[in-house]
Design a protein around this ligand. Structure first.
Ligand code: NOJ
Length: 531
């Protein structure tokens, strides 16, 4: 495959640093669009909806794993990182998608899952067959157990998905899996493991992808001797549990990132964003050193409540994190692992009103932004009945944690009944609710008051208005319960959580999440002005 020649494409930015202020769109492939009628989203579905993404105005896609997988974690258990899962299509379909996206000016980034493979990866099958002490086992983290007959796990680490992070194999050894037992952790001190990751990167870069989203980018390195971690509650969530949690953020991880960056640097204009669940500003900043990641997701906005102090803190800390690094901030409101922000903010009309305001906050902030598919429609979470749940968390937690299915419901495209144009069949891999007709893209398309119209207008302004110039921001005085900032190009963003309408600041209104005709910004709303 020939890498894309940026000069020949309609990309908004053709320089190597295009990602600094890009709007990325996360395609959770199983739930975006189904092209072959099996009720599961796929590459053909993405191709068919590229016009929607072009009209929305996004700069780039992040496509979640579409590699061969037994789907124990819906694709994050990769059996072969250099091929396409038949449920999603094939390599020719991927190449066609890449070419068509590029022709529309949309870059394409794909998921890299270095920390673990599937238990059905040929390496793991070979490791099981080869036995203790073999080079095949040395690609993973096999250890003898503790206690009489080694019947206790080698340490006390819990799996993020519930239960111990160790599973015993018939010959008595145990292997480490920070996630599901079907996701054995690889040993990154083994040079073969890193070399294979580089091979995978080159495989996709040579086909022309523009970069990677790196899964569990604070994983990979494990501490010498795999010591017990501090016992703590709620370690099941992929989150930052502090320095006592030895499963993540070990210093050795930075060497892996330097190797990843060295490969990317051979392909100018490519980039990586890391999923780094590290909340300490200084430790997170280490991942953004000049020879490591270009971007790290900012999960502070995604975890903040609808509370003016929490939101301001999220922005302040995120900007402080990047201040001493070459990186811009990278803002996220929702993804496929956490409740959607419409729901987090209260759901229903209130949640939607706040989500509209949050969108203007996210898209006014300097740096890159990631949208999650369906954000642009104002999708909420859906409570599913027990029997519909598919996330491994549900089983692994002994049915105490419902997992992440609620935020992974297929996207509604058109029509008035399930599956709303998502698939040619009504039944989808996660069921879609009744009553979503008004939420569909088709229903919102021509409605100037819709969430979709708001996103389109916001992205168009971001692309074209000089108000968005410059990467910094200054806080400006605002009424109690509000926050306001100004970008160097003259953009002023005011967000109102005060409980009452507040006067609009000076300037020409560019866009508002609610009606401002009377010169007031309502509660739970945001406005952009050029001043
Ligand atoms: C983070 C991904 O976002 C999540 O969906 C997955 O379950 C874990 N990493 C394990 O790969």
């Amino acid at each position: 495959m020939t890498p894309v020649d940026p000069a020949q494409t309609p990309f908004r930015r053709t320089d190597a640093d295009w990602w600094r202020d890009a709007v990325f769109y996360q395609v959770y492939i199983r739930s975006f669009a189904d092209g072959n009628g099996d009720g599961v989203g796929d590459l053909a579905g993405i191709r068919a909806h590229l016009p929607h993404l072009a009209a929305l105005g996004v700069d780039a896609l992040w496509i979640t794993p579409f590699y061969p997988s037994p789907m124990a974690d819906h694709g994050y258990d990769v059996a072969d990182p250099r091929d396409v899962e038949p449920v999603f299509g094939d390599l020719a379909e991927f190449d066609a998608l890449l070419a068509e996206a590029h022709a529309l000016g949309i870059r394409v980034t794909v998921d890299l899952v270095p920390n673990h493979s599937s238990h059905q990866h040929e390496w793991f099958e070979a490791a099981l067959a080869a036995g203790p002490g073999s080079p095949e086992r040395a690609r993973y983290l096999f250890r003898d157990g503790r206690g009489p007959d080694g019947a206790e796990p080698p340490n006390n680490w819990p799996s993020v998905f519930g239960g111990p992070a160790w599973t015993r194999v018939p010959d008595g050894q145990w292997y480490l899996h920070i996630f599901a037992p079907e996701q054995p952790d690889l040993d990154f001190t083994n040079p073969e493991v890193l070399a294979d990751l580089e091979t995978t990167m080159r495989f996709w870069l040579d086909r022309g992808v523009d970069g990677f989203r790196i899964d569990v980018a604070h994983g990979m390195a494990k501490p010498e001797g795999l010591p017990d971690m501090e016992p703590m509650e709620d370690t099941g969530l992929l989150d930052d549990h502090g320095p006592g949690d030895h499963r993540f953020d070990n210093d050795g991880v930075h060497e892996v990132h330097r190797r990843i960056r060295a490969v990317l640097d051979e392909y100018p204009g490519t980039m990586a964003v890391g999923e780094v669940w590290v909340s300490d500003d200084d430790r997170l900043a280490q991942y953004l050193r000049p020879d490591e990641l270009q971007l790290a997701f900012n999960f502070k906005l995604l975890t903040a409540d609808w509370d003016v102090d929490e939101l301001r803190d999220a922005v302040v800390h995120s900007l402080a994190t990047v201040a001493g690094t070459p990186a811009p901030a990278c803002w996220v409101l929702s993804n496929h692992d956490r409740p959607r922000h419409v729901t987090r903010y209260g759901g229903g009309e209130v949640g939607t009103r706040r989500a509209r305001a949050a969108a203007l906050l996210q898209l006014a902030l300097p740096g890159a932004a990631y949208l999650y598919n369906g954000d642009e429609l104002g999708m909420p979470d859906v409570d599913l009945p027990d029997e519909a749940l598919q996330d491994p968390i549900w089983e692994r937690s002994g049915h105490t944690e419902r997992g992440r299915d609620a935020c992974r419901i297929p996207v509604p495209w058109s029509g008035t009944a399930p599956s709303y144009g998502f698939s040619s069949r009504a039944e989808t891999w996660l069921p879609m609710p009744e009553g979503w007709g008004p939420l569909t893209a088709a229903a919102q398309e021509d409605d100037p008051g819709s969430v979709l119209s708001l996103y389109r207008a916001a992205l168009a302004l971001r692309r074209t208005s000089p108000a968005f110039a410059g990467e910094g921001l200054d806080w400006v005085p605002a009424p109690d319960g509000c926050l306001a900032f100004r970008r160097p190009g003259g953009l002023v963003c005011l967000l109102n959580l005060s409980g009452a309408p507040v006067p609009l600041p000076e300037g020409r209104v560019l866009l508002a999440s609610a009606d401002t005709a009377d010169g007031l910004l309502p509660d739970d709303a945001a406005v952009w002005l050029h001043a």
